[in-house]
Design a protein around this ligand. Sequence first.
Ligand SMILES: [Zn+2]
Length: 293
Amino acid sequence: MTDSHAHLCFPEGKANLTQIIDEFEQGGGEYILNVGHSPETNLETLNIHNSLKNNKVKVLSALGIHPEYVKETISIDIDRYKQMRKTVDAYRELVEKNANEIAAIGECGLDYYHIKNDPSISEEELEEIKELQKNLFKEHVEIALKHQKPLTIHVRDLPGENDCIEDALKIVSQIGEGKVRGSFHSYTQAPSYITEIIGLGFYIGVNGIVTYPKAENVREIVKLVPTNRILLETDTPLLPPQRIRSNKKYWRNYGAPYDIKEIAETVAKVKEGSVEEIIKTTTENFKRLFLVD
Ligand SMILES: [Zn+2]
């Protein structure tokens, strides 16, 4: 059992790290990809990696800067491009220094959902933030290409809008030169892009959303993706699956890697297969993508 996208650096993870890892291990968990999303959490991700080196459950690291980070430069009354340049230069340096320690690049990508939803952002500003997000994402794809690391990509747009996924695919194929692999984590965008994503050699990350009664669109996506291209993930501590969400007596009310079990059960139902088969295949997928011998 493997969790291909978790944030152990969120407060929930930091406060209960031992309990979370033990629960996963007892459930048969083998690997977690712990994903950084900002300059601060990237450092914490490396610290967790080092502190758990001798653990039975292997915690791998991904370092990246989430597209939402760009918004944080809005309130800063200086040149945003300069500000982002500084952040990216420091990020590049961190990756160079720790290239042997990290398994993937990300979380990175594009998020137009939040900026399109924010009435305080003007049309002009929206375009500028999109441009900055694209520049930031391009840097990640370049770094992934240079170090031959897989990407863990976030893409989110307003329902029914596709410019985010189209921009992301353009960047991956152009900058990645067809040589970069990875996963589109928590994929909830239009199913019509699945063929192109698979064609680029990428995987689709499926998390707790698949267990939600209303998430018919995600179950449709799962039906379309061949099992050998599915990665299970939790996006811990976000998106706890249905049973955890509705069980008020459980020791935690947030997502944790152990939830892969419930996610696998739902995926097995959708695929009309066995849970064991889903866990076995997605574990092989994880190892093929993130482990280099
Ligand atoms: Zn994430």
